[in-house]
Design a protein around this ligand. Structure first.
Ligand SMILES: *Cc1c(COP(=O)(O)O)cnc(C)c1O
Length: 552
């Protein structure tokens, strides 16, 4: 079920005044846990015909010994705002005897003070649900705004007409639509101030502003939570946004982190050029070097962050052991599982704290969207989400929809990607013009055994290989170009993970401006080809690669 747009009340909170004006124009609040409702009925008595303020949960508050008066009028202006239908009468003077430190008190505390004061009376609701009739809602819905619009000017009609009707056929259709609607809205409104108060108190399950969340995006996050078996998830505007927001949220000046040498280039760039400005240092280890990981963790590294498999050499870390070490030394463990996806690997199930994806790749799966994904421990996600709301790398709802749509076929696509890559790796490993194939299904791969114990269904659709020749020779460079240009099926381009195969000669794609000595350290030789297998027919891909090798 989508997290918002509940057009009909399946449940209604039983309160002393059930016809709560807080819930008037549509959605009832979600079923609360334990709710203290304050009802103005008791003290305003018969002057109210059908309203209460709504539902507000009282939180314990510290009071000072000074006892300034809390004016109810003041409270209403700050917290309850414009009168909606029934609550206009609440603007009458009312002065509870509660004391509050004015300078220190938040609006949350005003509300709690009012509730504690007994004016309005605080009563415990027993949580029983009460159904509302469609009829009652119809009347409520058509009430004020609808009749106002009928008599309004054409511009007002143009702005409001047909929009945001939260009852009836359209609202029901949103709920009944088989596909999650794209909620193309930057802001989310409250039907009354008491809804807003309830929202702030965690009692009204909705959205506030697009930078803090969106229903379509939340649906994608919930799908990811299920796939990764995560407590929470956060989708952002790109994989790199997820990387940078996660690092900035979890690391502080003077912290250090551990990462592996083979790694997405922009991630490395951030670690090596931006984080040092905040005095955050990175220890780089070989993917197979678990001993160096332990040494770094012993020194107090705050975070371990690695891809699995890595880009572009498809290395595989011993995640099970590393997770155990991270637990021992209290280090946060985050795995960039972009190349694997939950179909092949579930880092959280191995004990990692966080899993990261460039959703641009396999999760989206069609080379038509950009997004990043983080999933894992709630407590960490809360920190990251809070910084995300400040940094603002928000995914747009349309991309979230494409992500949702893409993920529906993740297993089907991954099966094809896995099979295509494994076959191509095998064929290439036997070809005389190929000196080395980087893919963990091959027993020649340095991480063959580790990979076999970690991956459930395959190793993903990306493999890389080196054309025979002097690794940094000009002939090898030219052979790479001839090979890539002779291919018919894969497009030449960066990225990976889509249904279309993509190919790149790594040194002219991502490493064009890197000196040879840097490339030598990173293993980016002149003849290194990265091939992202799409889901095309196996035989077509193999034949295409074989004919292109003829041209080398
Ligand atoms: C592509 C990629 C990223 C960056 O993701 P974007 O969505 O392009 O920002 C990060 N990590 C890995 C392993 C990637 O392949």
């Amino acid at each position: 079920m989508p997290p918002t747009f509940r057009p009909l009340p399946a449940a209604f909170v039983s309160t002393p005044l059930t016809s709560s004006s807080g819930w008037t124009r549509g959605m009832p609040p979600p079923t609360p846990r334990i709710v203290l409702s304050f009802s103005c009925h008791t003290y305003l008595g018969s002057r109210l015909d059908r309203s209460s303020l709504g539902v507000v949960r009282a939180t314990p508050t510290l009071f000072t010994s000074r006892k300034p008066k809390l004016s109810y009028n003041n409270f209403l202006l700050k917290a309850s705002a414009a009168p909606t239908e029934g609550n206009s009468l609440l603007r009458d003077n009312f002065t509870p005897s509660t004391s509050l430190n004015w300078e220190e008190a938040t609006v949350r505390e005003y509300v709690a003070a009012l509730a504690e004061n007994g004016h309005p009376l605080v009563t415990q609701v027993n949580g029983e649900n009460q159904s509302l009739s469609d009829d009652w809602l119809e009347k409520k819905t058509r009430s004020k705004r609808e009749s106002f619009l009928q008599d309004s000017g054409s511009t007002t009609k143009a702005v409001h007409g047909g929009e945001q009707k939260r009852q009836g056929k359209k609202a029901r259709a949103i709920l009944d639509a088989i596909a999650m609607p794209i909620v193309q809205s930057s802001t989310f409104t409250f039907r009354s101030s008491s809804d807003c108060i309830a929202y702030n108190q965690g009692q009204y399950d909705s959205f506030e502003y697009g930078r803090y969340g969106n229903p379509t995006t939340r649906a994608a996050e919930e799908k990811i939570m299920l796939l990764e078996e995560a407590e929470d998830a956060l989708v952002s505007s790109s994989g790199m946004n997820s990387v940078t927001t996660m690092l900035l949220a979890l690391l502080s000046p003077n912290d250090c982190l551990v990462t592996t040498r083979d790694c997405y280039r922009r991630t490395r760039q951030f670690l090596q050029t931006i984080l040092p400005r905040m005095n955050i240092q990175t220890i780089v280890v070989d993917p197979a070097d678990t001993a160096s990981v332990e040494a770094a963790l012993k020194q107090g590294a705050k975070l371990f962050f690695s891809e699995m498999p890595t880009n572009p050499l498809i290395r595989v870390i011993d995640a099970e052991n590393i997770v155990r070490l991270c637990h021992r030394y209290g280090t946060i463990c985050c795995i960039d599982s972009t190349f694997a996806t939950a179909y092949n690997l579930k880092p959280l199930c191995l004990g990692a704290d966080l899993v990261l994806h460039s959703g641009t790749k396999y999760l989206g799966g069609h080379n038509d969207l950009m997004c990043g994904v983080l999933a894992g421990k709630k407590e960490l996600l809360e920190k990251i989400r809070s910084l995300h709301g400040i940094l603002g790398g928000v995914v747009d709802p349309h991309s979230s929809y494409l992500l949702l749509r893409g993920m529906k076929t993740l297993s089907l696509r991954m099966r094809a990607h896995n099979e295509n890559a494994a076959l191509l790796a095998q064929v290439l490993s036997q070809h005389p013009k190929v000196s080395k194939v980087h893919y963990p299904s091959l027993s020649s791969h340095p991480d063959y055994h580790v990979a076999k114990t970690h991956f459930k269904n395959g190793f993903g659709g990306v493999l890389s290989f080196e054309l025979r020749g002097e690794p940094f020779g000009m002939d090898t460079f030219a052979a790479g170009i001839r090979f890539v240009d002779a291919l018919s099926i894969p497009h030449i381009g960066p990225s990976l993970g889509g249904v279309e195969s993509l190919v790149e000669q790594v040194c002219i794609m991502g490493y064009f401006d890197q000196p040879q000595k840097v490339r030598r350290e990173l293993g980016i030789s002149n003849g290194l080809i990265r091939f992202s297998c799409g889901i095309e027919d196996k035989s077509d891909l193999v034949n295409d690669v074989l004919q292109a090798l003829e041209a080398v």
